[in-house]
Design a protein around this ligand. Structure first.
Ligand code: CA
Ligand code: CA
Length: 159
């Protein structure tokens, strides 16, 4: 009985924590970071390079794991996807409209996909940008998925 009651209390505490980290979680995390004197950085996505496609051409698009909103497509901004083949590059500059300012203690996850009409889209790989990464230089990350290899370039600047 005592154990059961304790379990109930623990569940209630867990529920409380869940709601705390829910809708207002990002704002609270930002406030905590601010009061701790943490800085903020803006992620600038620069370029996508196709070292090896998953098909002859991939129909690439990029998602970001947005706070409290889950995965959101951020690139390309003006169409559903951008066709890219081996050895080609695409500018990611029109991806830089949202969800990309983070505290230095935070990180942001990205996922590249290949759009397909007759089957589910193919996962081309994921990468994570950490707010503590060096600002003012171009970072490169190589990702793999569905037989493809892509290189993403990005930079960070103080926000
Ligand atoms: Ca495709
Ligand atoms: Ca495909």
């Amino acid at each position: 009985m005592a154990i059961r009651r304790l379990a109930g209390v623990t569940a209630a505490a867990a529920l409380g924590l869940t709601s705390l980290l829910g809708a207002s979680g990002a704002a609270q995390a930002a406030e905590v970071a601010r009061s701790a004197g943490a800085g903020y950085v803006k992620i600038n996505l620069v370029q996508l390079y196709c070292e090896n496609p998953s098909e002859g051409d991939d129909e690439a698009y990029l998602n970001v794991n947005a706070p409290d909103q889950g995965w959101k497509k951020i690139w390309p901004g003006s169409s559903s996807y951008n066709t890219i083949a081996r050895g080609q590059t695409r500018s990611l500059s029109d991806a830089n409209w949202g969800y990309l300012t983070i505290a230095t203690g935070e990180e942001r996850q990205f996922q590249l996909w290949d759009h397909d009409n007759t089957s589910s889209d193919d996962d081309l790989g994921e990468f994570t940008v950490h707010g503590a990464e060096e600002t003012g230089k171009v970072h490169e990350v190589t990702i793999h998925g569905s037989g493809a290899t892509y290189v993403i370039k990005y930079s960070l600047q103080a926000a």
